[in-house]
Design a protein around this ligand. Sequence first.
Ligand SMILES: Nc1ncnc2c1ncn2[C@@H]1O[C@H](COP(=O)(O)OP(=O)(O)OP(=O)(O)O)[C@@H](O)[C@H]1O
Ligand SMILES: [Mg+2]
Length: 189
Amino acid sequence: MRSAGRREPASPRRVSAASPEGTRRLAARLGRLARPGDVIALVGELGAGKTTFVTGLAEGLGVPRETRVQSPTFTLVNVHQGRLPLYHIDLYRIAEATELDELGLHEYLGGAGLCAVEWFDRFPEVAPAGCLEVGFELDGERGRRLTITPHGAVAAQRAREWLDERRRPRQPAEAHRQTKGTTGARRAR
Ligand SMILES: Nc1ncnc2c1ncn2[C@@H]1O[C@H](COP(=O)(O)OP(=O)(O)OP(=O)(O)O)[C@@H](O)[C@H]1O
Ligand SMILES: [Mg+2]
């Protein structure tokens, strides 16, 4: 997806998720880092795992479990309240760009929450200059390959925080907590 033609995207990064739970865990980490105004464009065929990813974002944002994330295919937008509002938008059934105004897409994109937009690639012209694109490809029945492409400096920074943290060696304080076991168990997700 192009970023409104204003900026070249940073190089894509690739990660794998071996199961739906793996996809949710990966997304939950991003949900914990998200800041107001972040936009995530979810791209991939039907059943690729976009909504599953949003469920993980919701977990990471602390959206209560009872307000479960479901595909907004019929409602187009679902708002969930967590540490930040989560605007879960699905453009699959939008036929024309003019309908996006009725949907209030621009208000959500400029809002103070985290926007997660499925099928954003159907309307690349309305994609904001800054967004984090996550593409999904099937890898067997339960595996998915995710391609993460940041558009703009803010998204590039968020991608680094999200993906590079995983490779950082454990800090001594964390290692100590894990040895003691108590807080370590709560961290183990
Ligand atoms: N590694 C995986 N990550 C995500 N989903 C997976 C994975 N493996 C299997 N699945 C299954 O694939 C399906 C993905 O459905 P989901 O609703 O998330 O897709 P979607 O991309 O939102 O589809 P749609 O375009 O119809 O909205 C679910 O049934 C999920 O359990
Ligand atoms: Mg979906």
